[in-house]
Design a protein around this ligand. Structure first.
Ligand SMILES: [Zn+2]
Length: 375
């Protein structure tokens, strides 16, 4: 999701606005202004649509916090005219975890709906006529804004629960299927059903002349296909082991090497991450980024042992690549040391590039899974 503007950060998650976002505000001003025939209507439109996106953001944070709870890093949340997208580093393969993450978004809206309904018990606090409020013709009043937000919040939860993968309902469906079926099969069924919904939504939008709905339909269709491919590629990795792809001839550092010697190594090899090996024994690991960071704070003549990672758990040749990739994603690593399962002897390293031996480089980093929420 390039071309977006960072607004702020919550628990390490960037909240960003897509560069097309202002279009929805312009659309709201024109649409509501034209319907009510007044400048007031335009202001109303901008206010309610902005509040709608506050609801979307809270919804995305619901998904994101649930994901973080399961140790899944969340890269960013992007708001665009058609809704919000939460970009996760991966989707947990445990169906129950995906289920919780998918439900957590709409659950936020349901809590908001309950609170807003309770607030209606306050004397003199009532809803406006819903039809008038939704069309922006109930006037620019607190009650009209409240009514619009109240109704659209409920709509947000309900719409995203449609089983149109990768929207929330589709993810819930996939998770439920995966409790009983093979994961890849469950994904395929959810994606097929999602496509039917996407096409239906597109045709419905075309008949109503609803441009945004058509856009959402296209987006859902595309994102669903992407994730089907992503799932396929990831699960193929389960069939391969570290032993089949790791680099046995990787460059190594020795404990008495200085940071300067490590930097020199970077200049004559493409290798970025180095095991520190003494004899046959792995004593530590120094990634390219750690090395560069260390040079800011340490003298180039210090030994690599002063800054290397000592507790990075190595993998063995029997470890499957699926597990390795999950670890690389979760711990944000580019490479891992490989040791023999029997005597712990150092064997080599496995890097993200080694995965190219399994599939085409273009498939190496399939687009990260996203949770799509439409407004
Ligand atoms: Zn959602």
């Amino acid at each position: 999701m390039g071309n977006s503007l960072k607004l702020f950060k919550v628990r390490g998650i960037d909240i960003r606005l897509h560069f097309t976002f202002p279009l929805i505000l312009v659309w709201a001003a024109v649409q509501f202004g034209a319907l009510s025939g007044y400048f007031e209507g335009a202001i109303f439109g901008v206010i309610v649509v902005s509040l709608l996106f506050v609801l979307v953001t809270l919804h995305e944070l619901g998904h994101s916090f649930a994901a973080q709870y399961y140790g899944v890093p969340v890269k960013q949340i992007v708001l665009s005219p058609i809704g919000g997208v939460a970009q996760l580093a991966r989707i947990p393969d445990k169906p129950l975890q995906e289920l919780v993450i998918a439900i957590a978004g709409p659950a936020v809206n349901i809590i908001i709906a309950v609170l807003m309904a309770l607030a209606l018990l306050i004397p003199n606090h009532d809803l406006a006529n819903i039809n008038l409020a939704l069309s922006g013709t109930a006037g620019l009043t607190f009650t009209a804004v409240y009514t619009y937000v109240f109704v659209s919040n409920i709509f947000l939860a309900v719409f995203n629960l449609l089983p149109a993968f990768p929207m929330d309902g589709g993810r819930i469906l996939r998770a439920l299927l995966a409790l009983r079926l093979d994961y890849a099969k469950a994904t395929n069924i959810a994606v097929q059903i999602g496509r039917v919904f996407a096409v239906g939504l597109g045709i419905w939008g075309l008949m109503n002349g609803n441009f945004f709905q058509m856009l959402i339909a296209f987006f859902i269709f595309g994102a669903g296909s992407q994730e089907a491919k992503y799932t396929q590629i990831r699960h193929k990795l389960k069939k391969y082991t570290v032993g089949q792809v790791y680099s046995a001839d990787a460059y190594r550092l020795e404990p008495n090497y200085t940071l300067q010697q490590a930097v020199n190594m970077l200049s004559y090899t493409k290798q970025q991450d180095f095991p520190v090996v003494f004899g046959e024994r792995l004593v530590g690991f120094l990634s390219g980024s750690q090395l560069r960071a260390a040079l800011q704070t340490h003298s180039a003549y210090e030994y690599v042992t002063a800054v290397m990672q000592r507790n990075l758990i190595p993998v063995t040749p029997h470890t499957d690549l699926f597990t390795v990739q999950n670890r690389m994603i979760a711990e944000n690593l580019e490479a891992l040391p490989v040791v023999s399962a029997g005597d712990g002897r150092f064997l080599g390293i496995i890097t993200r590039q080694n995965f190219n031996r399994i599939h085409k480089p273009s498939n190496n980093n399939p687009q990260e899974p996203i949770i799509v929420d439409a407004v």
